[in-house]
Design a protein around this ligand. Structure first.
Ligand SMILES: Cc1ncc(COP(=O)(O)O)c(C=O)c1O
Length: 413
């Protein structure tokens, strides 16, 4: 673990976060550990060693360009869900051949961009396929596609992060797959090269990946039997992380182990993790504005909020919360809340914590995934800065927004 406590003081790699807070001063901010990011990616690389497999990091989890460069240098590919993610991946130096563009509602300009760069495309629906065929004809070059299958597998996660169930908006139901093969047969410009599914996110029980691998392996073989040069079997991302800090959690090796024996020999496996690569590599650092009590609830009010980290408000998600240095005052049960004008604005509920003084540094752990990526300007708040620790070095890897960034629209009509 690259974020750790020593004598009650929080460290990131070789640096004390208290020292970082003194240098940076402006809170809240995100803080990442390069070593943790590398370790998390390397866990996948080791789990896949000796297999015909590729890791396509899902940019949606965190698309900070510096973190992307680190992952690209480690050999990662990129899974994208918007034209701008594609542009960001290009800027971070990913080769178009190592990118896959996903999505259930791709716009024509986004498809054109992907087609012009020769990025692999996921087909999500009948209309999506028709748009892809039109774009292939417009650019007059062959496009390689995967069909995204809706496997109807229940991953036992919050309904907002389950994506592969019967009534989900994503993918193509297996029984309709043959219709897509019929449609593709007479269209040589659109070449079917693989199949894809993604079950959801924050998955704790890797047995669902075994079910997915078995189903997708059968469909892969069916595609080949029908004469298609199907090569890629993309089983998505979705491995959860140990937000509760229990110390017991499935690893990438457990995930790959669950699927390994079920993959067809001639398949190249693609996995597209996001959270399990970047989640534990980042924390949110805030300052305490004050402490108050209403009714029978005690509140720690911080300068961090749902606009920096939406997950608790959006999914009731748990993030471990602590202080960056020892605090020796009465322990009470606190809700940790922000200044945003919403009762849903909280970072943690009912936590046993010592009563902090004003200005104390508070850390929200495991905030590297879907943290900054989901941040907003609600209440006209400015997005925070991002910093990276690499050994004993501290780098700013994104500046905080300023009021001027919020006034890009001309004020006069
Ligand atoms: C298609 C697809 N692939 C990969 C991911 C990454 O998932 P996770 O961050 O849970 O690994 C997502 C996120 O939901 C996704 O929708």
């Amino acid at each position: 673990m690259q974020f750790y406590l020593r004598d009650g003081y929080l460290y990131c790699e070789q640096l004390s976060v208290k020292d970082i807070l003194e240098r940076v001063s402006d809170t809240p901010f995100y803080l990442y550990s390069a070593a943790q990011l590398r370790e998390n990616f390397t866990a996948y690389a080791h789990a896949l060693a000796g297999m015909n497999a590729r890791v396509f990091y899902a940019l949606k989890a965190n698309s900070n360009p510096t973190l992307l460069v680190i992952l690209r240098e480690l050999g990662s590919g990129a899974t994208l869900v918007s034209g701008n993610e594609l542009r960001m991946a290009l800027r971070a130096g990913f080769a178009p051949g190592n990118m896959l563009f996903n999505g259930n509602g791709k716009r024509r300009d986004e498809l054109m961009l992907a087609a012009q760069h020769g990025v692999l495309l996921n087909v999500d629906s009948e209309f999506d396929l028709e748009h892809i065929i039109q774009v292939a004809r417009a650019v007059n070059r062959p496009l390689d596609v995967l069909l995204r299958v809706n496997p109807d597998i229940r991953p036992d996660v919050h309904p907002y992060v389950a994506t592969g169930m019967r009534n989900s908006k994503f993918g193509i139901r297996a029984e309709r797959l043959m219709g897509f093969l019929d449609r593709l047969k007479p269209v040589p410009l659109v070449r079917l090269v693989g199949l894809h599914c993604h079950l959801g996110s924050t998955i704790k029980d890797v047995r669902v990946f075994r079910d997915a691998a078995a189903l997708m392996g059968d469909l892969f073989n069916a595609g080949r039997d029908r004469g298609f040069d199907v090569r890629y079997l993309n089983l998505g991302g979705g491995l959860g992380i140990d937000y509760e800090r229990t110390g017991v959690y499935p690893t990438p090796a457990d995930l790959i182990g669950a699927m390994r024996g079920l993959l067809p020999d001639n398949a190249t496996l693609i996995v597209e993790p996001g959270r399990s690569i970047v989640g534990s590599a980042g924390v949110l650092i805030c300052r305490v504005l004050g402490v108050k009590t209403n009714g029978d609830r005690h509140f720690i009010v911080t300068d961090g909020s749902m606009t920096e980290l939406l997950r608790p408000s959006l999914y009731g998600a748990y993030h471990h919360v602590g202080f960056i240095e020892p605090i020796d005052d009465e322990v009470r049960t606190f809700d940790i809340v922000g200044p945003v004008c919403e009762s849903a604005d909280f970072l943690g509920k009912a936590r046993e914590l010592p009563t902090p003084p004003e200005g104390a540094g508070l850390v929200v752990y495991d905030a590297g995934a879907y943290g900054y990526a989901m941040s907003s300007n609600y209440n006209l708040r400015t997005r925070p800065a991002e910093y990276l620790v690499d050994g004993d070095r501290l780098l700013q890897i994104r500046r905080a927004e300023t009021f001027d960034d919020l006034t890009l629209t001309p004020l006069s009509l």
